[in-house]
Structure formats: C-alpha cells, structure tokens
Design a protein around this ligand. Sequence first.
Ligand code: G4P
Length: 541
Amino acid sequence: MSTVSPLDSAELRILRDAIQRRRTFAIISHPDAGKTTLTEKLLLYAGAVETAGAVRPKKNRGHATSDWMQMEQSRGISITSTVLQFEHEGRLLNLLDTPGHQDFSEDTYRTLTAADSAVMVLDAAKGIEPQTRKLFEVCRLRHIPILTFINKMDQPSRDPLELLDEIERILDIAPCPMNWPVGDGPQFQGVVDFASRRLIRYSRAGGGQVRASSFELSMDDPSFPAEVGEDRAQHLVDAVALLEAASAPFDAERFLAGRQTPVFFGSALNNFGVDVFLHALGHLAPGPRPRHGSAGPVDPANPEFSAYVFKIQGNMDPSHRDSMAILRICSGRFERDMLVHHPRLGRKIRMTRLHRLFARDRETVDEAFAGDVVGVVNPGVFVIGDTLSSTPDIEYARMPSFQPEHFGVLRATDISKSKQFRKGVEQLADEGVVQVYHAVDGVRREPILGAVGRLQFDVVESRLAQEYGVSARVDSLPYVCARWPVATPEQLAGVRWPISGFSLVRDRDDRLVGLFASKWELQLVIRDHPEVLFSETSEPA
Ligand code: G4P
C-alpha cells in the first residue's frame, strides 16, 4: 500500500543523517521579555538575516520578516506563529515563533505540538510571569525539553540565584546554570562559561557591533582583563567553585525528560551571550522525536513519509490570496509529486509543491525531512489535525479544539458583499481563528463565533476588512461556555435545556453544541441528564 519504494542501506543512512541534523524548537515567553529580539538575534548570528531590525518592525516601525500581518504590526504583538528555518554549525534549525499574547493560547498550543524543544525567555528583572507559566505548563504536558535564556541582564536585574530559585519553586523544574553573568545593568560585561571555565567578555565595537573575547578564569593569566576588577575576578572564581559544588551537573537525560532546564544569561538587545546560547541550542536541543500515531510511536527515521497539519494560514501573500496548510513532517522524506494518503477524506492526494517558509517569503522545495515544518497550498482539502502519509498505517490523533469562553454574533454591515463575507468566515474558521456555529432553528442566519480570547474577535473584524473588503462587527453574546452533547437522538430529544440564557447551535461539522450563559445552569443540565455526555471539546474523549 505504501507509495515509497524500499530504501537501500545507503539511502537509509542519508535519511537518518538528514533527520539527525534537524532541530525544531519554539520560543516561549511572557510578552515583552524579549522573544522577538532573541529570535532576530539568533537569525543574525546564524547569518540568516543580514541586519538587525530585518525580522520585525519595532512597534509600528518598518518592515518585518516574522510579524507580517498588518494588524500585528500596528499592535506590535505577534498574532500568528511563523516558521523560520536556518542553518548553524551544520545543523538545520526550524524556529517556530509562538504568539506571546495570552489570548492566543489555542494557536500557541497547536504550534507547540510541532516543536521538539522550547526556549523559555525570562526578563531578568521580572522572573517568571503569568504567560511564561501557562506556556511552560503546555510544554510540560507534552514533555518538551526546555532551555532557559535569562534576558535583559544589561538592565538592573534580580539576583541570579533568586531567579534560579524561582524557576525551581514556581515551575518545579531543576535549573542548571550553564553560565553565570558578570555584573548586571550597565556593569554587565559578559558570562562565565562553566564547562570551559572561561570568561566571555563583550565590548561594544561601534555601529551596533559587539566584540567577544574569551579568557581563562584565572588571575594568573596575564591577559585577564584588568577592567573586570580584581575583586570581581576573585568573586567569580569563588562563585563558580561554589555553584559547581552546589548545583547538580547538567544531565542530558533529565533535560530530555523535561525535569531539568539548562539556564543561560545574556542580553538579546546588546548581543551579549547570544552566540554562546545559539551554540548550546544546536548542541543540546534534541533532534526530531518519535510521534504517537494510532498504531504506536512513529520513528522519525521510518522511511514512510508522514506529517500532520498543525496550522492553516490564509492570505499570507496578498498578491496570491491563497490558503496554506503548515505541516510538521514526523517521519521519512517528502519528495515532490509524492502521492499521499489523506485518511480523513479517504483518498490520495498528489503533493506537487511544498514550500519552505521564512515568515512571508516562501520558496519551493523538492525534498524535506522529518523535523521540517513546511507549507503546502491548501485548495480547501486540509483542516487542522489532518494526517498525510505515504502509508495508510500511520495516522496521528486529531487536535482538540479548545473550550471557547467568549461568544459573539458576526454581523456584516455591508450586505452587498455576502459572498466575500461567507468566504472570509470560512477561511478564518479553517484557520482555527474562531469557532463558527449556526443556530439550529435556522431563524438567525448570522454566524455565531466562539473564541478562547476576546481579541480574536478584533482579528476577525480586521482581517475581514483587510483581506476580503468586508465591513463586519462582532456583537458580544452573554454565553460563557459551550458543551458538545453526545447521546442518541432520542436521549437528545429528551434533554431539558435552560429556558433562557441558552442557545442550541451546530458547529461546522454539524454537531450540536449547547451555549450556556451560566455555569450553574450547565451543572443543572448535567445533573439532570446523566445519560448524556457533555463534552468540553468537539472531540469526545
Ligand atoms: P517579546 O517579543 O517577548 O514581546 O519582546 P520584544 O523582543 O519585543 O522586546 C520587548 C522590549 O524589550 C523591546 O523594547 C526590546 O527592545 C526590549 N529588549 C529585548 N531584549 C532586551 C535586552 O536584552 N535588554 C534591554 N534593555 N531591552 C531588551 P521596546 O521599548 O518595547 O521596543 P523598542 O523601542 O526597543 O523597539
């Protein structure tokens, strides 16, 4: 049944090597901790972009590579995740950018399913912030190994020991310092690398350039910079000895199991410690990990190609106005014109063109390997969670859709554009921007929207206007939760729904959904109808 011809041992070796070279990771942080700046600097150090500022506009300024939607630019927040691929020291890094705003947890969750590791960026003055914690929990649920970068050391910072303690206490993961900051604020000079026992000192070389020099951590070394100060140097030698004695050494196994996080200090904005971090990232972050398929774990080096769609992105290129499905390749190798199974549709599809994505830019690729994140033009055949595979034996679980907490009715204010309106709503629903329902009685024709965060409604209004030329507005509805009742038609007919503050609607797959204006009413219905399962997601467990 497979469409992949058996590989000989040389081909298998090439496949394995290509896969082992890949590192697919996401950066998580609370807004403003410096995720975008670090992303930009990683690309800069890897030579993937030439100038700082090429990656994004700084709040309303210039053109962006990673924040390319107009709305993102005007708000200065990252709304959609982008994928950036670059090479460094022989490794191929796929960086998945995740939105930091708390309203976008569903999109972020989906993106994190595609990552093999994560970088957690903390602000050295603030430590663990609420959104860091939420995102960390998602990583923990998925057992994703995490590297920590403590940023903004060039500003007055909290005591590094206190920051490590906070990581341990709040996140319940063992921090393992890999380097140690020398000074903070204007006195921040560099870091001491524990493994080599060397001081890596940074100095500004003008024109935004930074020079790094490295010294053995010994005052007997005549080249040891006098400016560090004898007191501080002695303090460093003592501190390193103390830290080494006090903290558990880096343990790759614990790191990979998500129980220990290697910690690095630096300043992304000033390029201090970024080179060291990038080097460590390439070495420590794991390659593609096996994924759970319906018949058990799928080894990335399995010669059968398999992938799943974790994101649908419409209108990436205003001149094309097309929709793109973004895939994480989980096993094997993709080849151009490959015929793959599409289990949800029960048919085969020819994959004519895959695109390598660099934010808004895309480039056609003839081959891609497990670990890669690539885009494929979506002529309406892919939805989030779809599996594509060269064998019918591999299928990945569908992704749960999250419990919406905000509801509204979407009204077109210009009825002459009903076709564009419908098209736009369909596209945004395909992308998972919002969930879309219709009233069962058919009286109200306007779509009802459900979202995890309220800001999604602004996204809908803005994208309908910008991408479809449709003016529409979302009027809030009083519902607070949704449930998908699972039962026989007779049982459903017997359910006594609340008389007011309730709506029975259908989702896009024609499943019934109850929208409740109070959790208390919901509890009463659940209590009165033990024969019905009221599922919190569209996918009953
Ligand atoms: P985010 O993606 O996590 O939201 O953070 P982002 O990189 O946008 O950084 C948030 C702010 O913090 C930006 O300042 C950025 O310049 C600043 N920043 C990032 N890294 C460092 C660092 O190492 N040291 C210092 N001192 N600041 C840092 P902004 O004022 O919001 O924007 P802009 O005026 O700098 O463009």
